[in-house]
Design a protein around this ligand. Structure first.
Ligand code: CP
Ligand code: NVA
Length: 304
């Protein structure tokens, strides 16, 4: 059966841990091995939204694994001129060995999956960003040596990143506290699933309450891609949800700060925090490469 990666649950708990373990090995081995598991394989990296890290990490990952990455953007392809996604999907599937897609609504990636006989991987939708979570988990585990037994705080929008954090909490049984302003709550679908799996989830309205004693403090932009028209309203709604030095004082002494980037300094995160000693955002960005390799190999059935 084709292994699609829509969300972390496609890996399952054991698969998620195995993927992180593999990403650690790939990190350690980088530049020291001649293994080229993707030799002779092409991977299409399709972007209907902007990207820096996701594009870079996937393109470098495929190249370092010995495969051929092909970046297709809406603007530079017939997608931008209205060619139906299902037609694009059927052409891709006849030529490449895997497809990654960054798009808006999840229904679009589900459509590509329906028409694809090769693995399709979610490189961000409006609903989730599981590839980023792989990197976040690898980064936290490298820092603390563990994932369990920590308190995780999410400050800000109950957006695609929040949903993937909630999903990770469900799969791994994590304690996650989210502070979201009213009207910006996380997706109930992910919330209920994670609860059923045994995550310890709390939703609060105060950033201070969520940050209290937390070991990992994560945030993301207040206005995600595609929400630009709501930007002014959102800026008002998210007042008090900035990760700043005062907020970080409430967290555990050894707390770290995550941000998937791009960051808007002075909005969701203070410059001094982003650039400060507790920020591990550059390790987090680098982890996108190692985890991209690991999840691509999983999708292609190259377990190991
Ligand atoms: N974090 C992340 O997905 O970054 P890009 O939008 O630059 O790919
Ligand atoms: N929530 C952000 C994440 C960017 C990587 C967005 O969807 O724009």
């Amino acid at each position: 059966m084709t292994r699609h990666f829509l969300n972390l649950s496609d890996l399952g708990r054991d698969g998620l841990i195995a993927t992180l373990d593999r990403a650690d090995r790939l990190k350690a081995q980088r530049g020291t091995t001649n293994e080229r598991p993707l030799a002779g394989k092409s991977v299409a990296l399709v972007f209907e939204k902007a990207s820096t890290r996701t594009r870079l990490s996937l393109e470098v990952a495929v190249a370092e694994l010995g495969g051929h990455p092909i970046v297709i953007t809406s603007q530079g392809s017939q997608l931008g001129r209205g060619e139906p996604l299902k037609d694009t999907a059927r052409v891709l599937t006849r030529m490449v060995h895997a497809v990654t897609l960054r798009t808006s609504d999840e229904s679009r990636i589900l459509e590509v999956m329906e028409y694809s006989t090769v693995p399709v991987l979610n490189a961000l939708t409006d609903q989730s960003h599981p590839m980023q979570l792989l990197a976040d988990l690898q980064t936290v585990r490298a820092h603390f040596g563990k994932l369990e037994g920590l308190t995780y705080a999410w400050i800000g929008d109950g957006n695609n990143m929040a949903s993937s954090w909630i999903e990770a909490a469900g799969l791994l049984g994590l304690h996650l506290r989210l502070a979201c302003p009213e009207g910006y709550d996380p997706d109930e679908r992910f919330w209920n699933e994670a609860r059923e799996r045994g995550a310890r989830l709390e939703l609060v309205r105060s950033a201070a309450e969520a940050a209290q004693g937390a070991h990992v403090v994560s945030t993301d932009v207040f206005t995600s891609m595609g929400q630009e028209e709501e930007s002014a309203t959102r800026l008002r709604a998210f007042e008090g949800f900035r990760v700043d030095r005062a907020l970080l004082q409430r967290a555990a002494k050894d707390a770290v700060v995550l941000h998937c980037l791009p960051a808007h300094r002075g909005e969701e995160i203070e410059e001094e925090v982003l650039e400060g000693p507790q920020s591990i955002v550059w390790d987090q960005a680098e982890a996108r490469l190692h985890t991209a390799k690991a999840v691509l190999l999983w999708a292609l059935g190259m377990d190991g």
